[in-house]
Write a protein that binds this ligand. Structure first.
Ligand code: GDD
Ligand code: MN
Length: 384
């Protein structure tokens, strides 16, 4: 018999689940409500323990039931949980998709409750949640619990996610809500990506108790944790909320200006030291010549520090660097002229006391210098 349209696709990623997979497939089948058609998709990453072959054999051995089929996708190598889920989704025929682990941590008895929740609330996403009244975790070490909590707090505070258990690996959604979205195949946080990248979807959470696996071992390791931080950073950077975006732009502008002024202050030190050094015992140079060296030295150190630190430009190709250095030097001289002009005007025409005139002049010259170099020397947008 040929099944044309299952209502639900259940995605089961596996890596070394030989002791779990057949039993979980059986238990899932027992828990599908009557009258609902499903397609279960096992996504196996060439598990060394033979999980893929075990599933093949199991599919051949079972009585074909048209309403509930099992497919297996064999992938060449271990490519991570999120990427396995994505692969499953690409092959899903149902318009509702359930994602769950295959190690009995996610009780299949929850699946009927998910289906019920979709019906009752007409929602788009149902999250099986450990972190709400009625939810729990059994069998995890304190360390693992703490890690999970920290990851959850980061997701909620850092990315503004409202869901209580955004790190859950057990959830179901209507396939149309992810249409057109691009997912990053890194790590373990597929649900989190859905939550951050979709707009105006209706999310419901239902409680369940996570049971730590009895057979096999967790595949979560330190690289998964590093991947998590990378993903959160990426999601944060590409954040969709306009106002915080603008806030971030202004923070970036101010922090760059602060670096530029710090470099300027360091240039003052370099200038002073070199000028003094060259007039002292070392070379006994004429003081004006020594001062020229001081100026050149400070413009050079200022340039390098601003290039590398302030504007984070590590491209030292010769042509580009020389042309940047030329512009930087020109703007520095221009800044000096502007500063002299302002001091003179303020003191002479407006009778402002010299220290105040000097501070204002340095401020204006430094700021215009910063803006000119940002735009023209290092080719950045002014507000970005
Ligand atoms: N195909 C494939 N490829 N499957 C994988 C891979 C992979 O690289 N890595 C893990 N899996 C499968 C496992 O075989 C298991 O069925 C499921 O994905 C979850 O992996 P576990 O290694 O058992 O994860 P866990 O129990 O430590 O983590 C659980 O809790 C996290 C939240 O705290 C999972 O439910 C995660 O999804 C969840 O984010
Ligand atoms: Mn597990």
């Amino acid at each position: 018999m040929i099944q044309n349209n299952p209502q639900i696709s259940i995605i089961l990623p596996t890596y070394n689940e030989s002791q779990n997979i057949v039993n979980i497939l059986k238990l899932i089948r027992e828990n599908i409500p009557k009258g609902i058609s499903t397609q279960t998709i096992v996504v196996d990453d060439n598990s060394p323990d033979g999980t893929g072959k075990i599933v093949e054999d199991y599919i051949l051995g079972i009585k074909k039931i048209a309403e509930n089929t099992i497919d297996i996708i064999h992938r060449k190598a271990k490519n991570g949980l999120s990427s396995a889920i994505l692969n499953g989704i690409q092959n899903a025929k149902g318009d509702t998709i359930v994602v769950m682990d295959s190690d009995f941590s996610h009780p299949p008895q929850i699946i009927p409750k998910m289906i019920e929740t979709f019906k009752q609330y007409q929602c788009d996403l149902v999250v099986a949640s450990r972190y709400m009244t009625g939810g729990n975790i059994h069998g995890w070490t304190i360390k693992r619990k703490l890690m999970s909590k920290i990851a959850t707090v980061i997701a909620k505070k850092g990315l503004g996610v409202k869901t209580k258990d955004p790190m859950s690996g057990f959830f179901a959604f209507k396939k149309n809500i992810i249409k057109g979205l691009n997912f990053d195949a890194l790590g373990y946080k597929f649900l989190l990506e859905i939550l951050v990248k979709t707009k105006d979807i209706d999310v419901k959470e239902i409680p369940y108790t996570f049971e730590n696996r009895r057979f096999g071992s967790s595949k979560l390791d330190s690289s998964t944790i590093i991947d998590y931080f990378k993903s959160v950073w990426k999601l944060y950077k590409n954040g969709k909320i306009k106002t915080t975006d603008e806030k971030r732009n202004s923070i970036r502008f101010i922090s760059k200006a602060a670096r530029f002024f710090t470099v300027g202050a360091s240039g003052f030190g370099v200038n002073y030291l070199i000028s003094m050094l060259f007039t002292s015992g070392l070379t006994e140079m004429w003081y004006l010549h020594a001062n020229i060296f001081g100026i050149i030295a400070s413009i050079s150190t200022n340039f390098i520090l601003n290039k590398v630190w302030t504007f984070e430009d590590r491209d030292f190709s010769r042509k580009k660097t020389f042309s940047q250095f030329g512009k930087f030097g020109a703007f520095s001289s221009l800044g000096a002229l502007v500063q002299l002009g302002i001091v003179f005007t303020l003191v002479d025409s407006y009778e402002i006391v010299y220290p105040l005139a000097l501070i204002s002049a340095i401020g204006v010259a430094a700021l215009s210098n910063f803006i000119l170099n940002k735009k023209l020397t290092f080719k950045e947008k002014l507000w970005n």
